[in-house]
Design a protein. Structure first.
Length: 253
């Protein structure tokens, strides 16, 4: 097994079990504990695990919020598939909201050139991607730019959203659970996401499997606010089943 394959297996085990231990991984993968420690160091540098005494915990389990560049470098294939499935929810014309995030950024790049759309964004990164497209009318919400996510937040984002009404809001999340609904670490981002949901006729959540079953500090929506959740095929069947039993329509990409 190559190092990259071993590290992906370690990450899979950590996300399935909630944590991993050095000794257990060494036995299971038939390598030395020194090799496992090096793998955990590499995964921590990639922003997907946090080292703890004797092992590691996936970052989504401890509320740690990795920076945008770090998040954009993981689960690339899953996010691409989610974005492609989300294309079916984009109207032929009208207006949509694209929340700041790595999966919504991929959807932005896939938007068809044959549709006249108004696209409301709170991400300068996504606005730059879409601004050169002749068929799109791009509205960038102002406000303070959060360093972690490069999303605009606070009053200059919230006030315009109060007066807008779009066909679909494509929203991201850090966590979704039956118990707490939709959550994110930052209250300012939660307020903007909440306003996006209120400003839309339909809300589509784009969330890879690492978001399911997790809770964070600030709640911005209830499960009832969702018209559709698009996740990936690695999503835990029990977690998906619980969400569906709670009334959420789920599509796997």
């Amino acid at each position: 097994m190559y190092a990259e394959e071993r590290q992906q297996e370690i990450l899979r085990i950590a996300r399935t079990q909630g944590r991993v231990e050095v000794a257990g991984l060494a036995d299971e993968l038939n390598v030395t504990t020194e090799t496992i420690r090096r793998d955990l160091t590499m995964l921590e540098r990639a922003g997907v695990l946090r080292r703890v005494h004797g092992g590691a915990i996936p970052v989504e389990r401890i509320g740690f919020e990795p920076a945008l560049a770090t998040r954009d470098a993981v689960l690339i294939e899953e996010k691409e598939r989610i974005a492609k499935v989300a294309l079916a929810e984009v109207p032929d014309e009208g207006a949509i909201i694209l929340d700041a995030g790595t999966t919504t950024a991929r959807l932005a790049r896939l938007l068809p050139a044959d549709r006249e759309l108004t696209v409301v964004v709170n991400s300068p990164v996504i606005a730059t991607t879409l601004g050169v497209r002749a068929n799109l009318n791009v509205l960038l919400l102002g406000g303070r730019v959060r360093g972690k996510t490069l999303a605009t937040v606070d009053d200059w984002s919230l006030r315009p959203l109060a007066d807008l009404y779009v066909d679909v809001a494509f929203v991201g999340t850090n966590g979704i659970s039956v118990e707490r609904g939709l959550t994110t670490p930052d209250p300012a981002e939660a307020a903007v996401k909440r306003a996006m949901i209120r400003a839309a006729r339909r809300t589509v959540l784009l969330a890879d499997h690492t978001k399911l079953g997790n809770d964070y500090l600030a709640r911005f929506g209830e499960l009832a606010d969702l018209d559709l959740l698009i996740t990936d095929t690695v999503a835990d069947n029990d977690l998906v089943g619980d969400l569906e039993a709670a009334g959420v329509r789920v599509t796997r990409a």
